[in-house]
Design a protein. Structure first.
Length: 114
């Protein structure tokens, strides 16, 4: 990881990056911990589609094909998370997908700013 990207290593949200074919390119510490049962950092170089059963695999394939953002919340083991999946671009070209997974409180303020 380059010095410019060093901040992401210990960032308190899981960050997982894949190429256009679904090959996992990078994972930060939180992502490796989140996917520890599936192999953690050993998943780098593997295809993320192999980690998703249907119907989520099909949905992920469609998102990547259409290059659409997907945002939702989940609750698992008493923890609520915001999942943000988005295409990423390198030098103006589609380069794959990135997933950010943040733990969030069940109740949180919402502000409307004009």
């Amino acid at each position: 990881m380059s010095k410019e990207n060093a901040w992401i290593k210990e960032f308190p949200a899981a960050v997982t990056v894949c190429d256009p074919d679904g090959i996992i390119l990078e994972m930060n510490d939180k992502s490796a911990k989140t996917f520890e049962k599936d192999g953690g950092l050993a998943l780098i170089g593997k295809n993320m589609f192999d980690c998703h059963p249907d119907p989520s695999r099909g949905k992920l394939e469609r998102l990547m094909d259409s290059r659409q953002v997907n945002v939702y919340t989940i609750e698992k083991k008493g923890i609520k998370k915001l999942i943000y999946q988005s295409p990423w671009v390198l030098n103006g070209e589609y380069a794959g997908f990135i997933e950010l997974s943040f733990e969030i409180p069940f109740e949180m303020p919402h502000f409307i700013r004009d």
